[in-house]
Design a protein around this ligand. Sequence first.
Ligand SMILES: Nc1ncnc2c1ncn2[C@@H]1O[C@H](COP(=O)(O)OP(=O)(O)OP(=O)(O)O)[C@@H](O)[C@H]1O
Length: 264
Amino acid sequence: MDTDAVKVAGLTVRRGGQDVLTGLDLSVPAGEVVGLLGPSGSGKTTLMRAIAGVQRISAGTVTVLGHPAGAAPLRTLIGYAAQTPSVYADLTVRENLSYFASVLRAPRTDPDRVMAEVGLADLARRPAGDLSGGQHARVSLGVALLGRPRLLVLDEPTVGLDPVLREELWSLFHGLRDRGTTLLVSSHVMEEAGRCDRLVLMREGRLVTEETPARLRARTGVQDLEQAFLRIVREPEPGHGRHERPAPGTRGNPAPGTPGGGEG
Ligand SMILES: Nc1ncnc2c1ncn2[C@@H]1O[C@H](COP(=O)(O)OP(=O)(O)OP(=O)(O)O)[C@@H](O)[C@H]1O
């Protein structure tokens, strides 16, 4: 059996007439929480869209759970929560989840299960259009959890959440991982990097480094992961860093909470 949930090889994506991913190679081992980190505009959302099968690609291959990205069998095997929640504003939280559960043929009890998991039980009867940004994002996350997919691709799932809820969601992610789910989670918040089993740092459409937090700390001799990343971006080891240019100034320092991402 393949031990990689996702294999990306030579992936190039053009958006708006420019290459936003350039010859990217990546493996996501099954059963791990992999954090996708990088400054705003580095290509995290585009990579996640390619893995979810909703991004047109120019070159390369994306293989997900043994299938080409976007293949029909993946519909129930992947849960993808985009940055822009795609829920119906005029339906309540429960109605949204019940609708998507029926589309996915998920168990009828799933909407209640996921509402409890993402902290939405008290808002079950609230129309989605009346929710805050963070609550909206949780409905999107709930939809991704329906049917217990084997791979979760979550684009900034904790953005705009208070620290208590953020902590709860990370416990949920670790619990899912412990039961065999693979998670690819993007974040701007370096503090979240330490909660991941493996880190992937992107910059300007390329993969800068890919390793465990412990190895990254050991390799750089720096405990703080944000500082460790900056060190790698500025002083790549020969043959390790795949980027070609050193970081200009502070651009290697992701801005916490910066909104971003786009469709297309
Ligand atoms: N619809 C689009 N059309 C053209 N270019 C786009 C589109 N969406 C994104 N881009 C560009 O693609 C590049 C990568 O964007 P992407 O959203 O993947 O980055 P990101 O790392 O997810 O950023 P953020 O952290 O701000 O969400 C950026 O330069 C962005 O301007």
